[in-house]
Design a protein around this ligand. Structure first.
Ligand code: SAM
Length: 206
């Protein structure tokens, strides 16, 4: 998928005004990346395929989730959390332990007028939401079984998990099934065909 195709998919799926908001976020992220290590410099020229559309593709996968917040663990550069907040009206909670990244996330949410975003300065293990999350995402944060162990206390059996996992998706699911009940499957990534997105529901320890 080319950069233009990645943008076109966003425009066709979410409309021009959301695409414009995402373009503003891409500019904010590019500027901030000059000051701190948020995304690899080598990916700045492929911002849509590698980051924006790569994150946006999670939103339709989460469309059957119940009411409640979207919890993005280890948001870092706002991926996918800020993208999800631009594309969805539900409350979005970003959990991030690194202080400079927290400052970036708060500033980005402010500049973009995302009043439904809150940023928690914490490791997910030390954070408990007031209500179980309806959706959990986490991109490039931890191996699947470890991620589930660290964050299952933020969820209920109806929480929908959408977890971009790269090439290891099937292997990580096979390992997680030994320790976790639930319905797990792997969706192909639209932007990186060799990568998979783990979609899970009903997750609970064995
Ligand atoms: C490789 S970065 C990925 C950032 C972002 N999700 C992305 O895809 O660009 C991993 C992020 O997870 C955060 N992180 C690591 N351990 C965490 C934990 N236990 N709870 C919450 N966030 C964590 C790190 O601070 C870092 O920002």
């Amino acid at each position: 998928m080319s950069e233009e195709q990645a943008r076109e998919w966003v425009r066709a799926t979410f409309g021009v005004s959301r695409e414009t908001q995402l373009e503003r976020f891409a500019a904010i992220l590019t500027e901030a990346s000059a000051k701190q290590n948020l995304i690899s410099a080598s990916t700045l020229d492929t911002m849509w395929t590698r980051h924006i559309t790569d994150s946006a593709q999670l939103v339709p996968l989460a469309s059957n989730a119940g009411e409640g917040a979207w919890l993005d663990i280890g948001s870092g550069a706002g991926l996918p959390g800020i993208v999800a907040a631009i594309l969805s009206d539900r409350p979005v909670v970003l959990v991030e332990p690194r202080v400079r990244r927290v400052e970036f996330l708060r500033e980005a949410a402010l500049l973009l007028g995302l009043t439904h975003v809150s940023v928690e300065h914490a490791k997910v293990e030390a954070f408990t939401p007031s209500q179980p999350a309806a959706i959990v995402s986490a991109r490039a944060v931890a191996e699947l079984s470890k991620l589930l162990a660290a964050s299952v206390h933020c969820t209920s059996l109806s929480t929908l998990w959408v977890l971009p996992k790269g090439r290891q998706a099937e292997t990580e699911v096979a390992a997680a099934r030994r320790k976790w009940h639930g319905s797990f499957h792997v969706e192909p990534s639209m932007t990186q065909p060799e990568s998979g997105i783990v979609v899970a529901i009903g997750v609970r320890p064995r």
